[in-house]
Ligand binder design. Structure first.
Ligand code: SAM
Length: 283
């Protein structure tokens, strides 16, 4: 089949290194959340998947609502510093906004490898001396934790709220996602938390695997790995999951109607959980 050619209009907000002829999951997700930092290729893949799994945008909103609840949960337990890995293109209710609404002294470091996510986060954070972004691949654990932004804003001898929202399914098994999470976990003080959400096919079945194939075939550098409940639970190794455990995203301590979608499948499209660094872990 002939490859579709899109007329690409380069806006001045696009860094020159960005290839806007292949989709990026950061930009496709921005589109699903109603953002403006995306191109025809991003919208096409998002709409293709949405046609197959109607209500996908509601799933993205349910994830953002979970992110807000998880940050408030951690802040209510005394967490005042956050490391948000795979933070994406800024949208509404970003981690620093939620955390600093609880306590303006909260400090936040964002990490993403997508240049547009980084450029827009830098713009958004101008003038906020308690939040910054690092452009890095999360696999570069030393680079992230040793970055000037982390050194300036986070005290790793104190508990940190680590977020990996809709992030770990972009780490294929051969990259060792469990080992990567463990390297971050081991750098955190006892009493730190991990909050994560992750796609699964447990409830929607085959369409989720087809979505992963569509992303692979789109030319995007991003590869989605669909995991089941057991596989996602394993990523929380060394963390004590807080109640209600690893559950459908909308089932994690919903606070109001905005946390739950009218599309039942979208409430269960992602698993979500929050775990506390186990103070009794060996070593
Ligand atoms: N965390 C946000 C949320 O849940 O609303 C955004 C999630 S977005 C779907 C996933 C983000 O992870 C994208 O911005 C992408 O660039 C980033 N990402 C994927 N793989 C990454 C990696 N290896 N290192 C750093 N960021 C990565």
């Amino acid at each position: 089949m002939a490859k579709k050619v899109f007329a690409v209009v380069r806006s001045d907000w696009v860094p020159h290194s960005v290839d806007v002829s292949v989709p990026s999951i950061a930009r496709a997700y921005d589109f699903m959340l109603g953002g403006a930092h995306n191109f025809a290729v991003d919208r096409e893949i998002a709409l293709k998947i949405d046609r197959m799994m109607p209500g996908l945008r509601a799933g993205a909103r349910v994830n953002r609502a979970f992110l807000g609840r998880a940050v408030r949960f951690m802040a209510a337990r005394g967490i005042r510093q956050f490391l948000d890995i795979g933070s994406g293109i800024p949208t509404v209710s970003n981690v620093h906004e939620v955390a600093q609404a609880v306590d303006p002294a909260c400090r936040v470091v964002y990490v993403d490898r997508d240049p547009i996510a980084v450029a827009h986060s830098e713009l958004m954070l101008t003038g906020n001396d308690r939040a910054a972004i690092v452009r890095a691949d999360m696999r570069d654990v030393e680079g992230v934790l040793g970055s000037p932004q982390v050194a300036e804003l986070l005290d790793l001898t104190e508990p940190v709220g680590l977020l990996m929202m809709l992030m770990l399914h972009w780490i294929p098994d051969e990259w060792g996602p469990g080992e990567l999470v463990a390297r971050y976990r081991d750098a955190l003080a006892p009493g730190s938390y991990l909050a994560a959400s992750h796609v699964s096919a447990d409830h929607v079945g085959r369409p989720m695997h087809t979505a992963a194939e569509m992303i692979r075939d789109s030319g995007s550098r991003d590869r989605m790995t669909v995991r089941d409940h057991t596989g996602i639970l394993a990523l929380f190794d060394g963390f004590e999951l807080v109640e209600p455990g690893l559950v459908g995203c909308a089932e994690w301590r919903p606070e109001g109607p905005g946390d739950i979608s009218d599309e039942p499948d979208m409430n269960m499209l992602l698993y979500a959980g929050v775990g506390r660094v186990n103070p009794r872990r060996p070593g």
